[in-house]
Design a protein around this ligand. Sequence first.
Ligand code: 5CA
Ligand code: ZN
Length: 409
Amino acid sequence: MHAWPASEVPALPGKGRDLQIHDTATQGKITLDPGPVARIYVCGITPYDATHIGHAATYNAFDLVQRVWLDTKRQVHYVQNVTDVDDPLLERALRDGHDWTELAERETALFREDMTALRILPPQQYIGAVEAIPGIVPLVERLRDAGAAYELDGDIYFSVESDPHFGGVSHLDAEAMRLLSAERGGDPDRPGKKNPLDPMLWMAARPGEPSWDGASLGPGRPGWHIECVAIALDHLGMGFDIQGGGSDLAFPHHEMGASHAQVLTGEFPMAKAYVHAGMVALNGEKMSKSKGNLVFVSALRRAGVDPAAIRLALLSHHYREDWEWTDAVLAEAEARLARWRAAVSRPDGIPADALVEEVRAALADDLDAPAALAAVDRWVDAQNAADGDDTTAPGLVSRTVDALMGVAL
Ligand code: 5CA
Ligand code: ZN
């Protein structure tokens, strides 16, 4: 699948700092030392509805990761998936009388447009679950043949007990896992499972639903977690730097994915850091397609909102925070964008070399975007208060804000 065009990332003087990031698995901040090519996998959308502000906030967070790494003069190998066949997608297509493949294509195309408008850098590989199926089948066969998976009425389940590290990503107790599993695509109450938490690896074909050749598994379609694992292992291999997504993916998705990968390869861990963005809410509840309390990026764009203001609104909250989208958040971002643009449109200004280092330090410290915005605000205030004569300063500020935060002034 093709991704979307990359906006240019200006090179900054000097060199950025190594990223320290909060890792859900070790429950603390760690300094990543990725080597010359940093490797990151971020879970992509399930394309049955348009990109909302919650999605955009999560992809903004991982875009900052990419920008911090690029500033350290590393290359970044970024892989993202599209969950282009799944129960909610099929249900929505059926409800609306649409073809599910067309629905997925249309919403994925809109997602690409939104990401481009927000200047979120694309992954190098953008892979649909459907195109990954030929690589998924042998992985499920291997798990079954190794005794880590079992059959139940034609469906194949992964046995969570086959991974001694199971539970080590999300650190939840059994009851919390059971509840979240039921809420997020699992079937803990299905009779006959060895452990209620065991997730499906391969679902035997159901009447009226799409299915694919599963070789010795029989016709069917893959489970959710193995899709991301197959794509990540195929393109990044084990021990990659960051597995990313929203905090709603820590359990079961990233927990199960890590277990699949660890049992398949015998290596540990799948990722050096599991990084989770907070949930954006609207009217007091998590913004979600299933609840329908959504603010779409495309609707804001159609209403004439500058994508740079949307981006600044996302950046005004720390990525780990759960926060609420309101009109005031957007209005504040629009005002900030206007102030910043006015300040850099002057032919000269006060020196900005210290600002570059402040923004670098803020973002390298667990992606502290609010601190980075505050640093730019201080430069803008000083610029407005003084008669600086540094003719390179406004351009350097523009390039810094663009290179490190994707905001075009
Ligand atoms: N396709 C799967 C991942 S393999 C999926 O979760 N798709 S999604 O469309 O539901 O979400 C896409 C990304 O946005 C995920 O990383 C998810 O954690 C994140 N996300 C979803 N809702 C919100 C929200 N309200 N706030 C912040 N991030 C969110
Ligand atoms: Zn995923």
